[in-house]
Ligand binder design. Structure first.
Ligand code: U2F
Length: 489
């Protein structure tokens, strides 16, 4: 039996790799803190995660934790490419409303005897959740899975539009590239630092204010101002100044990151639990690369992964490949089956094949947290998605950033020029650039400096999630606030 006023949280991520795992970690620790937690996945994503993730099976066994699924409204055989996330979001919002409402405020008795939902913890880009919760008068705390630096830039988009800074003024074609180095005035705290090319890609790509993606991110981020609070996967020592700006707009903002470390603080198995039990992936991990890493010298390997949604042209893929081989370093490369058009085997040229066999290892999907923690890994060539950034931070591994879209250009600018534990390769192309960046991060004094900064930030991340650390304290406040909501009429 449950007591009147007990807290029950409905946690709803946007259905994608970059969003579900961090929100699962959050959901898990909320349940460890004594709250009832219902985690909502779409049928499609739940099936895929269940098939490949030990974490999901483990979580399903926790008391006060359960999964519920809803349809996403798309046909079974739809490929659901993330780059068309607006269609998926729209489908959820229009076709899955009734299903979501039934989870939020059920018409019948709860089958497990759980209390009614007292708070929705919803992904900030999932309008389905925010609209239905508003309709049913359930308080919402939003989660953004991007870093504070990008979230702050997003929150400032209306001011950037008002100030005439976006869309970017039309330039003649040959001047377009120079124009991207113009600095931005309308993001407080980043004036004179952030350049047009560093803004989220939606700003750069928009030719007019009616651009569909620009409108979507503007509205979604305006929406998070209307919640009871905002949860961010970051920590004070990393993004304190930006967090202060966000708190001037959204006073109740909790910085709980890195969530994959915080979850280990609260996990029954503790911080020493094997990383493998924690992973949640849409693809089956190929663990053979860990064996390969075991046979490599310490700090000798470049780990390359462009996350779960980035796609590149065949030419870009070949330039990266040549650059890696020309650098003469060992490398472990995640080549997702859908990373580039066509079959990867068809792209292999003879010279590359020989050198790759000698020094390289290619996998379709790696156990990334374990790879980054491996002593053989020297640096991470990444698209600078926020989860990858935090995982690199936690492991103390310097980064080479090749940002692709969304928040990644902002993240990479901060990695290269604020936190200084990596280099920003943004908008540079070609094998010689890849080779130069790899050498810069792996050889000589500069490499030492980057490694030192990365190690220091890793230590700060560890402290932030330990008892008394900033993320730990913010988490305690979040739980207190959610419990207080359950006592509201
Ligand atoms: C979107 O990001 P992505 O999913 O493309 O990238 P990340 O945020 O870096 O998350 C990738 C996750 O997939 C894991 C890795 C990360 O947790 O450990 N992974 C893995 O387990 N094995 C692999 O071989 C490769 C990756 C978006 F594109 C970004 O711009 C956003 O920052 C992000 C969060 O909102 O979502």
């Amino acid at each position: 039996m449950t007591e009147v006023g007990e807290a029950h949280v409905l946690v709803s991520p946007f259905p994608a790799q970059g969003h579900v795992p961090p929100m699962l970690k959050l959901a898990e620790i909320l349940s460890h803190a004594g709250l009832h937690v219902t985690f909502v996945n779409t049928d499609n994503i739940h099936r895929r995660f269940l098939a490949s993730s030990p974490a999901l099976q483990r979580l399903a066994g926790l008391p006060r934790f359960r999964f519920r699924t809803i349809p996403d409204g798309l046909p079974e055989d739809h490929p659901r490419p993330f780059l068309q996330f607006l269609d998926l979001e729209e489908s959820l919002r229009t076709r899955s409303r009734e299903h979501y409402r039934e989870l939020l405020v059920p018409t019948g008795k709860d089958p497990d005897g759980w209390p009614p939902v007292t708070c929705a913890v919803a992904d900030g880009i999932l309008r389905l959740a925010s609209e239905v919760a508003a309709e049913m008068e359930i308080p919402v705390i939003f989660v953004r899975t991007s870093g504070a630096c990008a979230v702050w830039a997003y929150l400032c988009i209306p001011d950037l539009i008002k100030g005439g800074e976006i869309p970017f003024p039309e330039e003649e074609e040959e001047k377009e590239e120079d124009g991207l180095d113009e600095t931005i005035r309308g993001v407080p705290g980043m004036e004179g630092f952030l350049r047009r090319r560093d803004l989220p890609s939606f700003c750069r790509n928009a030719k007019s204010t009616s651009d569909r993606s620009l409108q979507f991110v503007t509205n979604a981020n305006a929406n998070v101002r209307r919640g009871r609070g905002l949860i961010l996967n970051t920590f004070e020592a990393l993004e304190g100044p930006v967090l202060s700006h966000i708190r001037s707009a959204i006073p109740i903002s909790y910085a709980l990151g890195p969530l994959h470390l915080l979850s280990r603080t609260f996990d029954d198995c503790g911080a020493d639990a094997p990383l493998s039990s924690n992973s949640a992936s849409l693809w089956q991990e190929d663990r053979s690369c860990l064996k390969w890493l075991d046979s490599q010298p310490q700090r000798s390997v470049v780990y390359i992964s462009f996350g779960s949604v980035t796609m590149m042209s065949r030419d870009e893929l070949m330039e990266f490949w040549h650059g890696l081989v020309d650098s003469g370093k060992r490398f472990l490369w995640v080549v997702r089956p859908d990373l580039a058009e066509g079959k990867i085997e068809e792209a292999i040229q003879e010279d590359l094949e020989k050198e790759t066999k000698e020094r390289g290892c290619l996998v379709g999907w790696a156990p990334q947290e374990e790879v980054l923690a491996h002593p053989a890994v020297a640096c991470f060539l990444t698209h600078s998605g926020w989860n990858s950034t935090l995982e690199s931070v936690a492991a103390g591994v310097p980064m080479i950033c090749w940002p692709f879209f969304a928040d990644q250009p902002v993240n990479s600018r901060f990695v290269g020029d604020v936190w200084r534990f990596g280099v920003d390769m943004k908008d540079k192309r070609g094998r010689s650039v890849v080779e130069r960046m790899v050498r810069e991060v792996m050889e000589g004094e500069r490499a030492e400096e980057l490694r030192r900064s990365a190690g220091e930030m890793a230590e700060l991340a560890r402290r932030s999630v330990g008892e008394g650390g900033s993320s730990y304290r913010d988490f305690e406040n979040l739980v207190k606030d959610i419990k207080a909501m359950s006592r509201e009429k």
